[in-house]
Design a protein around this ligand. Structure first.
Ligand code: SOE
Length: 397
């Protein structure tokens, strides 16, 4: 196990905008990454920004940030901020990311990249210009860096599945089942862009494209909003758990669930389901790939495991077997615990930070790039268009 000595490395000043659920996850990653991995730069939690002065100061204290700002523009202007980490709702991603890149900062932006294809295109353009000056722009599809998912990618790329025929993906949560759950920003189109589609569907579209190494060519979709009105929240909320419902109700303007089929450019057929109404399922991202030579299956609720079936084995001995992804040879695991001592959700953010810091040092782009985020955005747009046209097959433009 390497023994990093972070103090001997030049600092990389990080500034973060937003400090709710994702902000907490990213803060934890920035605090941890240089202590676990041997990095060329030492992330320094320079400052965070949020609108409420008291709340942002409390968040800085709780999550270990040196300073707090009440305006993201002031955060970007700081000399001690080299990298801007955007953890806000989607409606502000484009504006903040473009301003940060223009100011010469590196950027990490939470998913989905934006709320529309047009915004995502503008972000890709800003990233392209900034790359000429050695600036890095990455989008936070963190599940790529769960070690079992990274291993699955390696196995597909090494040809262990042969020709891919089927991609079967679901992302199931149940936090909206209660009709009394308040109308937080995640349920308003102007803030979130879309509902389960952009929040969960974006993850599974990215993961499916990453694992297969292929792009979706077209989709056929259904979306539904099961609960069309909800109690208005009394105050600003993080979007996941505020239950302080005041008098009055407002309209839910996003989907509660999206179900779609898709065709990959390489010929594989895919099914996707993204919902916040799957009672009993909390964070069940499951993906199965079937190829001519074998299959892989992954479930985020059992994230240290990867199931593999080798179809070249003689039938009497063949069958799915479980790979416990905790060996030091497995992706990212050389720096963690001895075999069998598993990792969790938060480690995917640490791994994301590791690869981003290394990219900042070398100046080489790191995936998922903004262009990858745009590809996902185009699929989301095709899903919405198809659903609006009663499920008509819609090409991903
Ligand atoms: C809420 O549905 C959410 O926090 C998503 O926004 C995250 O991206 C996902 O990782 C977990 O669920």
């Amino acid at each position: 196990m390497p023994q990093p000595d972070p103090s001997s490395r030049p600092a990389l000043g990080v500034g973060m905008v937003g400090y709710a659920f994702m902000g907490a996850a990213h803060s934890q990653a920035w605090r941890t990454v240089g202590r676990v991995f041997d990095l060329p730069l030492r992330p320094r939690l320079a400052a965070i920004a949020g609108r409420d002065p008291q709340a942002v100061r409390a968040a800085a204290e709780r999550h270990g940030w040196a300073a707090a700002e009440t305006d993201w523009r002031a955060l970007i202007a700081r000399d001690d901020v080299d990298l801007v980490d955007i953890c806000t709702p989607g409606d502000s991603h484009a504006e903040i990311a473009i301003a940060a890149l223009e100011a010469g900062k590196h950027v990490l932006c939470e998913k989905p990249l934006a709320n529309s294809v047009a915004e995502a295109e503008a972000m890709v353009e800003a990233a392209r210009t900034a790359a000429e000056r050695g600036r890095i722009a990455m989008v936070g599809f963190n599940y790529r860096r769960v070690p079992a998912a990274s291993l699955a990618r390696e196995m597909v790329a090494a040809g262990r599945l042969g020709t891919l025929r089927h991609v079967r993906v679901v992302y199931l949560q149940d936090w909206l089942v209660d009709p009394g759950f308040p109308l937080t920003w995640r349920l308003r189109k102007e803030a979130a862009g879309s509902g389960a589609l952009g929040d969960l569907g974006a993850h599974i579209v990215d993961l499916a494209q990453y694992l297969t190494g292929d792009d979706l060519a077209g989709v056929s979709a259904l979306t539904e909003t099961f609960v069309r009105e909800r109690p208005l929240p009394a105050a600003a909320s993080s979007g996941l758990g505020t239950t302080d419902a005041s008098a009055g109700k407002g309209a839910v303007t996003v989907d509660d669930a999206a179900v779609f089929t898709g065709r990959f450019a390489g010929g594989a057929l895919a099914t996707f389901e993204a919902t916040r109404f799957a009672t009993g399922r909390k964070n069940a991202l499951r993906i199965e790939l079937n190829g001519s030579e074998g299959s892989l299956a992954f479930d985020l609720e059992r994230l240290n495991e990867l199931d593999y079936h080798d179809h070249r084995e003689p039938a009497p001995r063949a069958g799915f077997r479980r790979i416990l992804v905790t060996e030091p040879e497995h992706p990212y695991l050389e720096a963690w615990w001895p075999p069998g001592h598993g990792l969790g959700y938060e480690h995917s953010f640490v791994h994301q930070a590791r690869d981003l810091v290394r990219a900042v040092h070398t100046g080489e782009p790191v995936a998922p790039t903004f262009a990858d985020g745009l590809r996902v955005q185009r699929v989301l747009a095709a899903v919405e268009e198809s659903a609006a046209k009663g499920s008509a097959y819609t090409a991903v433009e």
